[in-house]
Design a protein. Structure first.
Length: 255
């Protein structure tokens, strides 16, 4: 069931989204060679506390995971695609880091992700990240009243495939609101003109997840959470929470 949000609810979600944006900006600023992933989780957690918000990630326990998620921030490095668990790994020069974060504030949730390089960037990583961001932009541009979910999926998938990248099989975006994961699902590949019609008041998280080697296959790491590329290629993740309105798509997790 899809809950249509009122304009007031969208404004409340925007406040949660601002917390997410500030946290990810702080994480990007703190990420440097020698910094641990656990350090970055603390940076993000502090932004939550300062805002009086809570984490929808911490202790989240979906059916596919063997244990609840133990942190407030997902940190996925290099061949990790999503759901990376912050640990004592120290960032190295040239690492590609994807950071995914959520905040609950006033009963509403925001969710967003960024990818960036640490230290000296590889040109191929910059291209991968740029394509993920471009795919996200294409998905947002298609998130207009009168379109369908398939139009968003098609826009994202077209950018990814034309660049030669794989798409994380079995995972995609989702509805969002009072809970982090709501209906509808938002695939990262699909046929235009298909799926649920988009209406004013829908709120969705759009999140391309690109695999640099061009394959779609992945496996779960021993921690039970981190998803890694099967071929060892690097991955990038970009995400925003977006409200669909009669005036056009509104990004709720931008700075």
């Amino acid at each position: 069931m899809v809950e249509l949000k009122t304009d007031a609810s969208i404004e409340a979600m925007r406040e949660a989204g601002r917390v997410v944006a500030r946290a990810l900006d702080a994480v990007r600023g703190a990420a440097a060679v020698g910094v641990t992933l656990r350090d970055l989780d603390e940076v993000a957690h502090q932004v939550l506390k300062d805002a009086g918000a809570t984490s929808p990630f911490l202790h989240y326990h979906p059916d596919f995971a063997p244990v609840p998620f133990p942190a407030t921030l997902c940190t996925s490095v290099n061949d990790a695609i999503v759901h990376g668990v912050p640990d004592d790994y120290r960032l190295r020069d040239g690492d590609l880091l994807s950071a995914d974060f959520g905040a609950s504030l006033g009963g509403w949730v925001g969710d967003s992700a960024i990818s960036f390089t640490v230290g000296t960037a590889r040109p191929e990583d910059l291209r991968l990240i740029e394509t993920a961001e471009r795919a996200l932009e294409a998905g947002i541009a298609a998130a207009v009243v009168g379109n369908r979910i398939g139009d968003i999926a098609h826009a994202i998938g077209t950018v990814c495939r034309e660049a030669g990248y794989g798409i994380l099989e079995g995972f995609g975006g989702h509805g969002i609101g009072r809970r982090m994961h709501e209906d509808p699902g938002v695939p990262n590949e699909g046929r235009p003109g298909r799926g649920m019609p988009l209406r004013h008041g829908m709120a969705i998280a759009i999140e391309p997840m690109l695999l640099g080697g061009g394959e779609d296959t992945w496996h779960v790491a021993p921690d039970g959470w981190t998803l890694r590329t099967d071929d060892g290629s690097r991955a990038a993740h970009a995400e925003h929470t977006v409200a669909i309105t009669d005036a056009g798509p509104r990004v709720l997790t931008a700075l």
